[in-house]
Design a protein around this ligand. Sequence first.
Ligand code: ZN
Length: 499
Amino acid sequence: MNRSKLIPPVVLGALAVLGVVLIAGPVAGGPAPAPDGDDGDDLADRLRVRHGAAVDRIIAASLENDGAWAKLEYLCQDIGHRLSGSASLDRAIGWSVEAMKRDGHENVGAERVMVPKWVRGRESVAMVSPRWQPIRMLGLGGSVATPPEGITAPVVVVEDEEQLEALGEDGAKGKIVLFDNRMPAYDRETGSGYGQTVRFRVHGARLAAAKGAVASLVRSVTAHSLNTPHTGGMRYGDAERKIPHAAITTEGADLIHGLTKRGREVTLRLHMEARDDGFVPSANVVGELRGRERPDEVVVIGGHIDSWDVGQGAHDDGTGCVIPMEAITVLRRLGLRPRRTIRVVLWTNEENGLGGAREYARVHADELPKTVAAIESDSGGFAPRGFSVDMADDEKEALAAKQLAAIVSLLEDVGATESRAGFSGADVSPMTPHGVPTMGLWVEGDKYFDYHHTDADTLDKVDPDELRRCVATMAVGAYILAEMDGRLGEPTDGSSRIR
Ligand SMILES: [Zn+2]
C-alpha cells in the first residue's frame, strides 16, 4: 500500500526537516532523496545515516557488559526455579523490581495478577513386569494425583491419534496409554518439531480417558535426551474423567515400546501426589526508560519471570528476563533516551496459564493503540539471528518483516541479521489481535529443546558471549523502534516515515 498521495501539509514540513538532516549527513552536496513511499533498501540506508553512530555505541557497550550475566547468575543460583504460586517466584518478582530500581529505571513496579498454584509432590513410574525398572518421569503441570497406593496397570502404546482410534471404543479400558510420538530433529530452515509433537503432552489425558484409560504418559517432547524427562503444561478440556498425566524420558518410552513391539506385556506402576491449590496472588513486573518526545507511546520488551519447577529456568526464561532488563540499562548508561518509552515487562504465569500476559493486555488495553511494538524473548539466550514478527493483518506483517530486515542490517557486528514473519511469543500474543506488531527475539534453536522444561535448564548451558549478543540485538531493536515515526507494518513514507 502506498500512502504518498495522502501526505498532509504538516508532514511535508517535517520531510523538509528530514531533507536537511540527510544533506548534513553522508549525502552532503547531493539532492535530498525524495520520499519514495517504499520500504526497500533505502530504509536501511536512512536508518544507518540517522542512527548508525548510536547503534555502534549500543553494540560496543552491550558486548563489553556483564550485567545480564550477573543478573542471570542471581536468578538461577540464588533463586532457582520459580513455578507460579511458589515462594521462589515471589522472590524472583521482588528481586527484579529491586534490580530495575538499582539500574535507575522509571515507573518500576509490580502489577498484581492471580495465578494458579499447582504443586507437584512426590512422583514416580516403575515398570513392574516383565522386569522391575524405574523410569525417569515428570508429572505434567495441572495433572491430578493417582490414588495414594498408585496405579498399577498394563500399558498400551500408540504413536498418534490414528493408532489410539484403532484401539476401538474401550480399547484402553483399565490401561495406561503411552503416547510415543517422536519429535523430529531440529532443522535450521524449518525449526524444531516441537509444535507438531507437543499436542500429546497438552491433550493426551483427555484423549486417553475417552478410551477408558486409567492414566496416560507421553514421550518427552525433545529430539535429544540424556535420560532427562521434560515437563510442561497439559489441559483436561472437556474430559469427562481426569486421569493422571506424566512425561517419561525418550529412553523409557523406547524401552517400553520396544518390549511391546516384541509381544511382551508391560505393566507399569505410576504414583503421583500432585495437587491443585487454587489461585494465589502474583505479579507482572514493569520498568521503563521513559521516552523524551512521545512518552505515552511504548515499545514493550520482555520475557516471563515464572518457570517450571525443575532446573533453574535458565534459558526458559531467565535469559528472556535479563536480556530486556539489561537492554534498557545499556541505553540509559549511554544517555540514549529514545523518542518513545521502552517498557520492560516480566510476565508471570506463562508456563501454566498465560495469566500474566492476558492481564497485561487487559489492564493496558487503552495503551495498545499506542504500543508501537512488543518484543518477547522466550526462545532461550542463544546466538541471536534477528527478529520475527507476527501481526493480525497479513499485508502489514509482510511490510513489517521487510522493515525489520532494514533494522537488523544494522546488527551485522552481532550476527543477528535475519527477519521473518511468523511466531512472536506467547506473552505478547494477547496483543496481536489488537493490532500491535508483536515480535520475537529470534535465536539459534538447535539446543533449546534439549534443555526445555528439564532439570538440565541451568546456568552452565548459557554462553556469556551469546547472552551479550542477545542484549545488543534487543537494545538496538528496541531503540530503533522507539525512535521511528510510525508503527512497524505501516508505510514509512509521509506521516509514518521511519527517520
Ligand atoms: Zn518460556
